[in-house]
Design a protein around this ligand. Structure first.
Ligand code: GRF
Length: 218
């Protein structure tokens, strides 16, 4: 695939902010973890002041686990089926996050809808990445639906998480065109490349907002 396709990112943030001490984050992921890996790489090479305190996954065979293992990052598998109900499952996640003194929770391919109880436990401190230009194409088949709809432009979004699925104020978006030559595979790959650009920048932006709030600067 040609990696040099045209895209547009808004807002045009180009630099990661500095955090001292490092921004403490938790990652929630259910899949391959390529976004998680991008964050690991940036952190390891000291290009981004984040401290990934823990990866939480709800899938025992998720690719993100080996990425955590390879980089000595703590991880915990918390599967819905191991708990009597969703409430207990979410309690376990909430307690795990609280134990790690987290400033920002990053949903990077987290495929589970969370209740308002969870969202309120970390109010305005959870962000999510979604593979469409929200508010279009919410839900788990966003890329497929964008292509099926004959859209000529699609992309990805990072937003603060609200109780309603794939809603909440937008932090950043990246857009790209869909040409006749594209299919699900090429668009998915291109969106992933753009996600790897906007997720770190959005974390940086969200971290700055959260720290400013904490300091009473806003
Ligand atoms: C991304 O496309 C994200 O937008 C979606 O799930 C995918 C996760 O990819 N919610 P990866 O696991 O980070 O590779």
């Amino acid at each position: 695939m040609d990696k040099s396709f045209n895209y547009l990112i808004s807002p045009e943030i180009i630099q990661l902010r500095e955090f001292s001490p490092k921004l403490k984050i938790a990652i929630l992921a259910s899949g391959e973890g390529s976004n998680f890996q991008e964050l690991i790489n940036l952190s390891k090479s000291n290009r981004f002041d984040i401290d990934i305190k823990i990866l939480i996954t709800n899938k025992s065979a998720a690719g993100c686990i080996s990425r955590a293992q390879n980089s000595n990052i703590s991880y915990k598998v918390i599967k819905g089926s191991d708990y009597e109900n969703k409430d207990y499952f979410e309690d376990e996640i909430i307690n795990t996050i609280k134990k790690h003194d987290i400033e920002l929770v990053v949903m990077a391919g987290w495929m589970k809808i969370m209740s308002s109880k969870f969202v309120n436990a970390f109010k305005n401190k959870i962000i999510n990445i979604h593979p469409s230009l929200l508010p279009s194409f919410k839900g788990s088949n966003a890329i497929k639906e964008a292509i099926k709809s004959d859209s000529k432009i699609t992309g990805c979004s990072v937003h603060f998480v609200e109780a309603e699925v794939d809603s909440g104020s937008l932090i950043m978006q990246a857009a790209l065109s869909i040409s006749d030559k594209d299919d699900l595979e090429t668009i998915t790959k291109k969106i992933h490349l753009l996600e790897h650009k906007i997720l770190p920048l959005s974390i940086s932006q969200a971290g700055y907002i959260i720290r400013s709030r904490f300091m009473g600067n806003d």
